[in-house]
Design a protein around this ligand. Sequence first.
Ligand code: ADP
Length: 405
Amino acid sequence: MTPLAPSGSVNDILDSVIAKLIDATGADAALVRLVDRERGEFIVPVHKGFPQSFVEATKFKGSGSAVEVAFRTGEPIIAADIASDPRIKGKEQLRVGFHSCAFLPLKVHGATRGIVHLAARQVGYFTADKAAGLLAIAHQMGIAIENLEMFDAARSAKESLESTNRKLDQQTQDLLRSNAELEQFAYVASHDLQEPLRMVTGYTQLLVKRHRAQLNGNALEYCDFIVDGAKRMQGLIADLLTYSRVGTKGQPFAPVPAEEVVKRTLQTLAVAIEESAAQVSCDTLPTVVGDEGQLGQLMQNLIANGIKYRNGQAPEIHIGCVRQNDDWLFSVRDNGIGIDPQYAERIFILFQRLHTREEYDGTGIGLAICKKIVERHGGRIWVESEVGKGSEFFFTLPGMEVSDV
Ligand code: ADP
Protein backbone atom coordinates (compact mmCIF):
# COMPACT_ATOMS: atom_id res chain seq x y z
CA MET A 1 0.00 0.00 0.00
CA THR A 2 1.25 3.51 -0.74
CA PRO A 3 1.89 5.59 2.38
CA LEU A 4 -1.01 7.69 3.60
CA ALA A 5 -0.30 11.37 3.90
CA PRO A 6 -1.68 13.11 6.99
CA SER A 7 -4.03 15.41 5.13
CA GLY A 8 -7.78 15.76 5.53
CA SER A 9 -9.85 14.21 8.27
CA VAL A 10 -9.78 10.67 9.68
CA ASN A 11 -12.83 9.91 7.53
CA ASP A 12 -11.01 10.97 4.34
CA ILE A 13 -8.14 8.70 5.28
CA LEU A 14 -10.47 5.82 6.02
CA ASP A 15 -12.28 6.31 2.71
CA SER A 16 -9.07 5.90 0.74
CA VAL A 17 -7.99 3.08 3.03
CA ILE A 18 -11.11 1.02 2.46
CA ALA A 19 -10.60 1.18 -1.29
CA LYS A 20 -6.98 0.16 -0.85
CA LEU A 21 -7.97 -2.62 1.59
CA ILE A 22 -10.25 -4.18 -0.98
CA ASP A 23 -7.61 -3.73 -3.60
CA ALA A 24 -4.84 -5.30 -1.54
CA THR A 25 -6.79 -8.21 -0.05
CA GLY A 26 -9.20 -8.99 -2.86
CA ALA A 27 -12.07 -8.90 -0.33
CA ASP A 28 -15.61 -8.36 -1.65
CA ALA A 29 -16.55 -6.09 1.25
CA ALA A 30 -14.80 -4.17 3.96
CA LEU A 31 -15.80 -1.98 6.85
CA VAL A 32 -14.07 -0.21 9.67
CA ARG A 33 -15.51 -0.09 13.16
CA LEU A 34 -14.03 2.47 15.49
CA VAL A 35 -14.89 2.69 19.12
CA ASP A 36 -16.45 6.01 20.10
CA ARG A 37 -14.42 6.65 23.23
CA GLU A 38 -16.95 9.03 24.73
CA ARG A 39 -19.98 6.77 24.32
CA GLY A 40 -18.17 3.42 24.47
CA GLU A 41 -19.92 2.07 21.33
CA PHE A 42 -18.78 1.30 17.82
CA ILE A 43 -19.23 3.65 14.93
CA VAL A 44 -18.81 2.67 11.32
CA PRO A 45 -17.25 5.63 9.57
CA VAL A 46 -16.65 3.80 6.24
CA HIS A 47 -17.69 0.62 4.55
CA LYS A 48 -17.84 -0.80 1.05
CA GLY A 49 -19.58 -3.86 -0.37
CA PHE A 50 -21.90 -4.55 2.59
CA PRO A 51 -25.62 -3.69 2.28
CA GLN A 52 -26.58 -0.68 4.42
CA SER A 53 -29.07 -2.85 6.38
CA PHE A 54 -26.22 -5.15 7.40
CA VAL A 55 -24.10 -2.21 8.54
CA GLU A 56 -26.96 -0.86 10.66
CA ALA A 57 -27.74 -4.26 12.14
CA THR A 58 -24.15 -5.01 13.14
CA LYS A 59 -23.35 -1.68 14.76
CA PHE A 60 -24.21 -2.90 18.21
CA LYS A 61 -22.19 -6.00 18.84
CA GLY A 62 -22.99 -7.81 22.03
CA SER A 63 -20.58 -9.52 24.36
CA GLY A 64 -19.04 -12.68 22.90
CA SER A 65 -19.50 -11.66 19.26
CA ALA A 66 -16.42 -11.97 17.01
CA VAL A 67 -16.06 -8.18 16.78
CA GLU A 68 -16.25 -7.78 20.54
CA VAL A 69 -13.75 -10.63 21.20
CA ALA A 70 -11.23 -9.35 18.60
CA PHE A 71 -11.55 -5.87 20.08
CA ARG A 72 -11.21 -7.00 23.69
CA THR A 73 -8.31 -9.41 23.15
CA GLY A 74 -6.53 -7.42 20.43
CA GLU A 75 -6.16 -10.69 18.47
CA PRO A 76 -7.46 -11.25 14.92
CA ILE A 77 -10.27 -13.68 14.16
CA ILE A 78 -10.06 -15.20 10.70
CA ALA A 79 -12.90 -17.47 9.61
CA ALA A 80 -12.36 -19.51 6.43
CA ASP A 81 -15.96 -20.77 6.60
CA ILE A 82 -18.45 -18.61 8.47
CA ALA A 83 -21.10 -21.31 8.40
CA SER A 84 -19.05 -23.81 10.41
CA ASP A 85 -16.93 -21.44 12.53
CA PRO A 86 -18.27 -21.40 16.13
CA ARG A 87 -16.59 -18.03 16.83
CA ILE A 88 -18.95 -16.33 14.37
CA LYS A 89 -22.22 -16.23 16.31
CA GLY A 90 -24.97 -14.37 14.44
CA LYS A 91 -24.27 -15.59 10.87
CA GLU A 92 -25.83 -12.41 9.39
CA GLN A 93 -22.98 -12.32 6.89
CA LEU A 94 -24.24 -15.57 5.38
CA ARG A 95 -27.63 -13.97 4.81
CA VAL A 96 -26.03 -11.20 2.74
CA GLY A 97 -23.85 -13.59 0.77
CA PHE A 98 -20.46 -13.68 2.52
CA HIS A 99 -18.84 -16.98 3.50
CA SER A 100 -15.40 -16.08 4.73
CA CYS A 101 -14.25 -13.17 6.87
CA ALA A 102 -11.47 -11.56 8.92
CA PHE A 103 -11.73 -9.31 11.98
CA LEU A 104 -8.45 -7.43 12.40
CA PRO A 105 -7.77 -5.27 15.45
CA LEU A 106 -6.87 -1.69 14.54
CA LYS A 107 -4.20 -0.46 16.95
CA VAL A 108 -3.40 3.20 17.41
CA HIS A 109 -0.70 4.27 19.86
CA GLY A 110 -0.59 0.70 21.17
CA ALA A 111 -4.32 0.54 22.09
CA THR A 112 -7.05 -1.23 20.12
CA ARG A 113 -9.28 1.48 18.70
CA GLY A 114 -11.40 -0.48 16.32
CA ILE A 115 -11.79 -3.45 14.02
CA VAL A 116 -11.18 -3.82 10.30
CA HIS A 117 -13.76 -6.24 9.00
CA LEU A 118 -13.13 -7.97 5.63
CA ALA A 119 -15.54 -10.36 3.98
CA ALA A 120 -15.46 -12.58 0.88
CA ARG A 121 -18.22 -14.42 -0.96
CA GLN A 122 -15.98 -17.40 -1.55
CA VAL A 123 -15.68 -20.04 1.17
CA GLY A 124 -12.09 -20.46 2.36
CA TYR A 125 -10.96 -17.10 0.99
CA PHE A 126 -9.54 -15.83 4.31
CA THR A 127 -7.41 -18.44 6.06
CA ALA A 128 -5.25 -18.37 9.19
CA ASP A 129 -2.04 -18.51 7.10
CA LYS A 130 -2.94 -15.09 5.66
CA ALA A 131 -3.07 -13.58 9.16
CA ALA A 132 0.40 -11.96 9.07
CA GLY A 133 -0.24 -10.18 5.76
CA LEU A 134 -3.71 -9.00 6.84
CA LEU A 135 -2.41 -7.76 10.18
CA ALA A 136 0.36 -5.84 8.42
CA ILE A 137 -2.31 -4.00 6.44
CA ALA A 138 -4.31 -3.20 9.60
CA HIS A 139 -1.06 -2.08 11.25
CA GLN A 140 -0.34 0.36 8.45
CA MET A 141 -3.82 1.77 8.82
CA GLY A 142 -3.21 2.31 12.52
CA ILE A 143 0.00 4.20 11.74
CA ALA A 144 -1.86 6.41 9.26
CA ILE A 145 -4.38 7.32 11.98
CA GLU A 146 -1.57 7.86 14.49
CA ASN A 147 0.17 10.24 12.10
CA LEU A 148 -3.03 12.08 11.46
CA GLU A 149 -3.70 12.46 15.17
CA MET A 150 -0.16 13.69 15.79
CA PHE A 151 -0.51 16.08 12.88
CA ASP A 152 -3.86 17.29 14.30
CA ALA A 153 -2.33 17.68 17.78
CA ALA A 154 0.60 19.66 16.36
CA ARG A 155 -1.79 21.79 14.29
CA SER A 156 -4.05 22.54 17.25
CA ALA A 157 -1.01 23.30 19.46
CA LYS A 158 0.20 25.70 16.76
CA GLU A 159 -3.25 27.26 16.49
CA SER A 160 -3.53 27.68 20.25
CA LEU A 161 -0.05 29.26 20.33
CA GLU A 162 -1.06 31.62 17.54
CA SER A 163 -4.25 32.54 19.35
CA THR A 164 -2.31 33.15 22.61
CA ASN A 165 0.11 35.34 20.67
CA ARG A 166 -2.77 37.26 19.11
CA LYS A 167 -4.30 37.83 22.56
CA LEU A 168 -0.93 38.93 23.92
CA ASP A 169 -0.48 41.35 21.02
CA GLN A 170 -3.94 42.74 21.68
CA GLN A 171 -3.16 43.15 25.39
CA THR A 172 0.13 44.89 24.59
CA GLN A 173 -1.68 47.25 22.23
CA ASP A 174 -4.35 47.95 24.90
CA LEU A 175 -1.65 48.57 27.49
CA LEU A 176 0.29 50.89 25.21
CA ARG A 177 -2.89 52.81 24.38
CA SER A 178 -4.02 53.15 28.01
CA ASN A 179 -0.48 54.16 28.98
CA ALA A 180 -0.43 56.83 26.29
CA GLU A 181 -3.89 58.03 27.39
CA LEU A 182 -2.74 58.20 31.01
CA GLU A 183 0.37 60.14 30.04
CA GLN A 184 -1.73 62.49 27.97
CA PHE A 185 -4.10 62.93 30.91
CA ALA A 186 -1.23 63.62 33.34
CA TYR A 187 0.21 66.10 30.87
CA VAL A 188 -3.05 67.99 30.29
CA ALA A 189 -4.06 67.89 33.97
CA SER A 190 -0.71 69.13 35.24
CA HIS A 191 -0.54 71.76 32.53
CA ASP A 192 -4.06 73.06 33.22
CA LEU A 193 -3.67 72.96 37.01
CA GLN A 194 -0.85 75.47 36.87
CA GLU A 195 -3.03 78.42 35.99
CA PRO A 196 -5.55 78.24 38.90
CA LEU A 197 -2.66 77.63 41.28
CA ARG A 198 -0.91 80.74 40.03
CA MET A 199 -4.12 82.62 40.84
CA VAL A 200 -4.21 81.25 44.39
CA THR A 201 -0.60 82.31 45.05
CA GLY A 202 -0.92 85.59 43.17
CA TYR A 203 -4.10 86.78 44.90
CA THR A 204 -2.95 85.64 48.34
CA GLN A 205 0.26 87.62 47.89
CA LEU A 206 -1.79 90.61 46.66
CA LEU A 207 -4.05 90.33 49.69
CA VAL A 208 -1.05 90.48 52.03
CA LYS A 209 0.51 93.36 50.10
CA ARG A 210 -2.58 95.59 49.75
CA HIS A 211 -4.51 94.73 52.93
CA ARG A 212 -1.76 93.98 55.41
CA ALA A 213 -3.21 96.61 57.80
CA GLN A 214 -6.59 94.84 58.00
CA LEU A 215 -5.04 91.38 58.60
CA ASN A 216 -4.09 90.39 62.12
CA GLY A 217 -1.11 88.16 63.00
CA ASN A 218 -2.91 84.85 62.54
CA ALA A 219 -4.38 85.83 59.17
CA LEU A 220 -0.91 86.79 57.86
CA GLU A 221 0.48 83.48 59.05
CA TYR A 222 -2.37 81.61 57.31
CA CYS A 223 -1.64 83.49 54.11
CA ASP A 224 1.99 82.34 54.34
CA PHE A 225 0.76 78.75 54.68
CA ILE A 226 -1.47 79.15 51.62
CA VAL A 227 1.38 80.52 49.51
CA ASP A 228 3.78 77.90 50.79
CA GLY A 229 1.33 75.06 50.10
CA ALA A 230 0.43 76.40 46.67
CA LYS A 231 4.11 76.80 45.76
CA ARG A 232 4.83 73.27 46.83
CA MET A 233 1.95 72.08 44.71
CA GLN A 234 3.31 74.09 41.79
CA GLY A 235 6.62 72.30 42.25
CA LEU A 236 4.91 68.91 42.28
CA ILE A 237 2.86 69.74 39.21
CA ALA A 238 5.92 71.00 37.36
CA ASP A 239 7.69 67.71 38.19
CA LEU A 240 4.65 65.72 37.13
CA LEU A 241 4.64 67.62 33.87
CA THR A 242 8.31 66.78 33.35
CA TYR A 243 7.55 63.16 34.18
CA SER A 244 4.68 62.90 31.70
CA ARG A 245 6.75 64.69 29.04
CA VAL A 246 9.26 61.80 29.02
CA GLY A 247 6.68 59.70 27.21
CA THR A 248 4.72 62.34 25.33
CA LYS A 249 7.35 64.86 24.30
CA GLY A 250 10.44 62.71 23.73
CA GLN A 251 12.74 63.50 20.79
CA PRO A 252 13.76 60.92 18.18
CA PHE A 253 16.93 58.99 19.02
CA ALA A 254 20.24 60.10 17.57
CA PRO A 255 23.93 59.55 18.34
CA VAL A 256 24.79 61.30 21.61
CA PRO A 257 28.37 61.62 22.95
CA ALA A 258 27.84 60.79 26.65
CA GLU A 259 30.94 62.73 27.64
CA GLU A 260 29.44 65.94 26.23
CA VAL A 261 26.22 65.25 28.13
CA VAL A 262 28.13 64.92 31.42
CA LYS A 263 30.15 68.06 30.69
CA ARG A 264 26.99 70.12 30.14
CA THR A 265 25.35 68.61 33.23
CA LEU A 266 28.32 69.65 35.38
CA GLN A 267 28.01 73.19 34.02
CA THR A 268 24.31 73.22 34.99
CA LEU A 269 25.19 71.96 38.47
CA ALA A 270 28.20 74.28 38.85
CA VAL A 271 26.74 76.22 41.81
CA ALA A 272 25.79 73.09 43.80
CA ILE A 273 29.20 71.54 43.02
CA GLU A 274 31.02 74.63 44.19
CA GLU A 275 28.93 75.12 47.34
CA SER A 276 29.41 71.51 48.43
CA ALA A 277 33.06 71.32 47.26
CA ALA A 278 32.12 68.18 45.32
CA GLN A 279 34.77 66.26 43.39
CA VAL A 280 33.39 64.72 40.21
CA SER A 281 35.44 62.26 38.15
CA CYS A 282 34.47 60.47 34.99
CA ASP A 283 35.63 57.49 32.88
CA THR A 284 36.03 57.89 29.15
CA LEU A 285 32.42 57.69 27.95
CA PRO A 286 31.11 56.32 24.66
CA THR A 287 28.76 57.81 22.11
CA VAL A 288 25.36 56.24 22.70
CA VAL A 289 22.08 56.35 20.82
CA GLY A 290 19.23 58.20 22.46
CA ASP A 291 17.38 61.41 23.27
CA GLU A 292 20.09 63.91 24.20
CA GLY A 293 17.86 66.10 26.37
CA GLN A 294 16.55 63.15 28.34
CA LEU A 295 19.98 61.59 28.83
CA GLY A 296 21.12 64.97 30.19
CA GLN A 297 18.20 65.00 32.59
CA LEU A 298 19.04 61.45 33.71
CA MET A 299 22.67 62.35 34.45
CA GLN A 300 21.64 65.57 36.14
CA ASN A 301 19.16 63.86 38.49
CA LEU A 302 21.67 61.19 39.51
CA ILE A 303 24.62 63.55 40.02
CA ALA A 304 22.45 66.13 41.83
CA ASN A 305 21.21 63.42 44.21
CA GLY A 306 24.82 62.38 44.86
CA ILE A 307 25.50 65.95 45.94
CA LYS A 308 22.21 66.44 47.84
CA TYR A 309 22.36 63.23 49.87
CA ARG A 310 25.92 63.84 51.11
CA ASN A 311 27.22 62.61 54.42
CA GLY A 312 28.54 65.73 56.10
CA GLN A 313 31.71 65.60 53.98
CA ALA A 314 32.59 66.86 50.51
CA PRO A 315 30.79 64.67 47.95
CA GLU A 316 32.94 62.44 45.76
CA ILE A 317 31.12 61.36 42.65
CA HIS A 318 32.38 59.05 39.95
CA ILE A 319 30.70 58.37 36.63
CA GLY A 320 31.76 55.08 35.08
CA CYS A 321 30.92 53.13 31.96
CA VAL A 322 31.81 49.63 30.81
CA ARG A 323 30.68 47.48 27.93
CA GLN A 324 28.51 44.56 29.09
CA ASN A 325 27.61 42.17 26.27
CA ASP A 326 25.36 44.18 23.95
CA ASP A 327 24.81 47.04 26.41
CA TRP A 328 26.64 49.97 27.92
CA LEU A 329 26.58 49.80 31.71
CA PHE A 330 26.78 53.29 33.24
CA SER A 331 27.28 53.93 36.95
CA VAL A 332 27.06 57.01 39.16
CA ARG A 333 28.76 56.40 42.51
CA ASP A 334 28.76 58.71 45.54
CA ASN A 335 30.10 58.67 49.10
CA GLY A 336 26.85 59.94 50.62
CA ILE A 337 24.37 58.72 53.24
CA GLY A 338 23.53 55.55 51.36
CA ILE A 339 20.17 53.77 51.06
CA ASP A 340 18.84 50.85 53.06
CA PRO A 341 18.71 48.02 50.45
CA GLN A 342 15.10 47.25 51.44
CA TYR A 343 14.09 50.55 49.77
CA ALA A 344 16.21 49.97 46.66
CA GLU A 345 13.16 49.49 44.42
CA ARG A 346 10.74 51.84 46.15
CA ILE A 347 12.80 54.95 45.53
CA PHE A 348 12.15 54.66 41.77
CA ILE A 349 8.37 54.97 42.31
CA LEU A 350 6.71 58.35 41.76
CA PHE A 351 6.64 60.54 44.91
CA GLN A 352 8.40 57.93 47.07
CA ARG A 353 10.95 59.56 49.41
CA LEU A 354 12.94 58.26 52.35
CA HIS A 355 13.25 61.68 53.98
CA THR A 356 11.08 64.55 55.11
CA ARG A 357 11.27 67.91 53.36
CA GLU A 358 12.86 69.33 56.48
CA GLU A 359 15.76 66.86 56.22
CA TYR A 360 16.29 67.05 52.46
CA ASP A 361 14.27 69.15 50.06
CA GLY A 362 12.63 67.32 47.15
CA THR A 363 9.45 65.91 45.65
CA GLY A 364 10.41 62.26 45.15
CA ILE A 365 10.04 62.40 41.39
CA GLY A 366 13.67 62.56 40.19
CA LEU A 367 14.38 58.82 40.18
CA ALA A 368 10.94 58.02 38.72
CA ILE A 369 11.88 60.28 35.80
CA CYS A 370 15.27 58.52 35.54
CA LYS A 371 13.53 55.14 35.38
CA LYS A 372 11.13 56.31 32.71
CA ILE A 373 13.94 57.76 30.60
CA VAL A 374 16.07 54.62 30.88
CA GLU A 375 13.11 52.38 30.04
CA ARG A 376 12.19 54.53 27.05
CA HIS A 377 15.74 53.85 25.85
CA GLY A 378 15.30 50.09 26.35
CA GLY A 379 17.51 49.86 29.44
CA ARG A 380 17.27 49.08 33.18
CA ILE A 381 18.12 51.13 36.25
CA TRP A 382 18.89 50.01 39.80
CA VAL A 383 20.88 50.97 42.88
CA GLU A 384 23.40 49.16 45.04
CA SER A 385 24.01 50.74 48.40
CA GLU A 386 24.54 50.39 52.12
CA VAL A 387 23.47 52.93 54.71
CA GLY A 388 26.39 55.25 55.55
CA LYS A 389 28.61 53.87 52.81
CA GLY A 390 27.45 55.73 49.72
CA SER A 391 25.34 54.59 46.78
CA GLU A 392 26.03 53.42 43.28
CA PHE A 393 23.29 53.86 40.69
CA PHE A 394 23.57 51.70 37.57
CA PHE A 395 21.73 51.97 34.29
CA THR A 396 22.10 50.22 30.96
CA LEU A 397 21.64 51.59 27.47
CA PRO A 398 21.52 49.33 24.43
CA GLY A 399 24.94 49.42 22.76
CA MET A 400 23.59 50.05 19.27
CA GLU A 401 26.07 50.86 16.55
CA VAL A 402 25.90 54.58 16.02
CA SER A 403 25.96 53.91 12.27
CA ASP A 404 22.71 51.90 12.63
CA VAL A 405 20.74 55.02 13.48
P1 ADP B 1 13.89 63.45 45.78
O1 ADP B 1 15.39 63.61 45.77
O2 ADP B 1 13.16 64.64 45.28
O3 ADP B 1 13.38 62.97 47.09
P2 ADP B 1 14.30 61.19 44.04
O4 ADP B 1 13.28 60.45 43.27
O5 ADP B 1 15.45 61.76 43.29
O6 ADP B 1 13.49 62.32 44.76
O7 ADP B 1 14.84 60.25 45.17
C1 ADP B 1 13.95 59.45 45.93
C2 ADP B 1 14.58 59.11 47.26
O8 ADP B 1 15.70 58.25 47.05
C3 ADP B 1 15.14 60.29 47.98
O9 ADP B 1 14.14 60.88 48.77
C4 ADP B 1 16.25 59.70 48.80
O10 ADP B 1 15.74 59.21 49.99
C5 ADP B 1 16.73 58.53 47.99
N1 ADP B 1 17.96 58.83 47.23
C6 ADP B 1 18.04 59.19 45.92
N2 ADP B 1 19.33 59.33 45.54
C7 ADP B 1 20.08 59.09 46.63
C8 ADP B 1 21.49 59.08 46.89
N3 ADP B 1 22.40 59.36 45.93
N4 ADP B 1 21.90 58.75 48.14
C9 ADP B 1 21.00 58.46 49.09
N5 ADP B 1 19.67 58.46 48.92
C10 ADP B 1 19.21 58.77 47.71
